[in-house]
Design a protein around this ligand. Structure first.
Ligand SMILES: *[C@@H]1O[C@H](CO)[C@@H](O)[C@H](O)[C@H]1NC(C)=O
Ligand SMILES: *[C@@H]1O[C@H](CO)[C@@H](O)[C@H](O)[C@H]1NC(C)=O
Length: 308
């Protein structure tokens, strides 16, 4: 009896794993052509970012430990505009698209990028710094595991307790080979080691569309989290909706910066900044359907205020 159940469990594991060929290339022309022939709400293509990547390479990038199917949280009553874009609302405060390289550090990029924007917004442009994702990857080791992944809320707690230096002070090098340099307490560029913190007791996890929107309008960019399916690497424009046949690959963190409505597809969307460089999506940005918890994006967003 015990022998048979062991065999059955082993067979189930083999079946689950062999559903993926980790050495197969992630960009698949057959999928791209059939998807585009359907006239869907988004256009698929060969993003240069993933030209030579395998499915295994992509899985190792998806370093956010995200709860799947988080229940919807309470709605927030606030004055929420029909469309909003942080780039036009706070010009010059939404910092450039970065590239996490070959490292599962999206959890650190979503957090450091969001806090960078929030410092600029809260200080009306006076504190305009890009903070160091490397400091989270190398120094925040309590619940987080560098290139092997992390939890957005734990990154915010680290930014509240310790703070981050600037990107130029502790530049990002983990992208080259997915290893973490030691935590650095002086600046590489010789500047003064200054730490920028999140304000204590302001961290919120937002589990509804209106909670995310109200916080974004009040304080700026938010670290969102989402499930990634194997069609997402081919996204080039439009409102992303997971294709029914796409396979789940892992959890990802990104930066939500606004929302709108697309007349062509008649879908509501979020405006999101990714950390895969500018050779992916719409120069590094994407739109994803809003209001239906697409890939879990309407839940489990997090951010705290900047301690200006
Ligand atoms: C912040 O710095 C960036 C890069 O130097 C610049 O492009 C942007 O305009 C600055 N933003 C503000 C609000 O001054
Ligand atoms: C990874 O890259 C860093 C910095 O370029 C280097 O110091 C380190 O030896 C490399 N590690 C591996 C395992 O290749």
């Amino acid at each position: 009896m015990r022998f048979f159940s062991t065999v059955l469990i082993a067979l189930a594991i083999i079946a689950a794993v062999s559903a993926y060929d980790f050495n197969a290339k992630i960009l698949n022309d057959r999928f791209i052509q059939s998807h585009n022939a359907k006239g869907a709400s988004w256009v698929a293509g060969r993003n240069a970012r993933f030209e030579s990547a395998t499915i295994g390479d992509v899985v190792s990038l998806l370093g956010t430990k995200k709860p799947r199917n988080t229940p919807e949280g309470p709605a927030v009553v606030a004055d929420i505009p029909a469309a909003f874009d942080a780039r036009t609302n706070w010009p010059g405060c939404i910092h450039a698209v970065l590239n996490q390289g070959q490292c599962g550090s999206c959890w650190a990029f979503g957090a450091s990028e969001s806090l960078s924007d929030r410092f600029c917004i809260a200080s009306k442009g006076a504190i305009n710094v890009t903070l160091s994702p490397q400091a989270l990857v190398s120094c925040d080791t309590v619940l987080n595991q560098g290139c092997n992944g992390g939890i957005p809320q734990a990154a915010w707690e680290y930014m509240e307790a310790k703070g981050l230096p600037t990107y130029d002070c502790f530049p990002y090098t983990s992208g080259a080979n997915g290893t973490e340099p030691p935590c650095q307490k002086t600046c590489s560029d010789g500047s003064t080691y200054t730490l920028y913190k999140a304000k204590t007791l302001t961290l919120q996890t937002m589990n509804s569309v209106s909670a995310i929107q109200a916080n974004l309008v009040a304080y700026g960019s938010i670290e969102g989290s989402m499930d990634v399916y194997d069609d997402f690497m081919t996204y080039t424009s439009g409102v992303y909706v997971q294709s029914p046949t796409a396979k789940y690959l892992g959890g990802h963190a990104i930066k939500i910066i606004g929302w709108g409505h697309d007349d062509a597809s008649n879908l509501d969307y979020w405006i999101v900044q990714n950390s895969w460089g500018t050779d992916w999506g719409m120069d590094g940005f994407f739109w994803i359907e809003r209001g239906v918890n697409m890939c879990g994006i309407d839940r489990d967003s997090s951010a705290a205020q900047a301690n200006v």
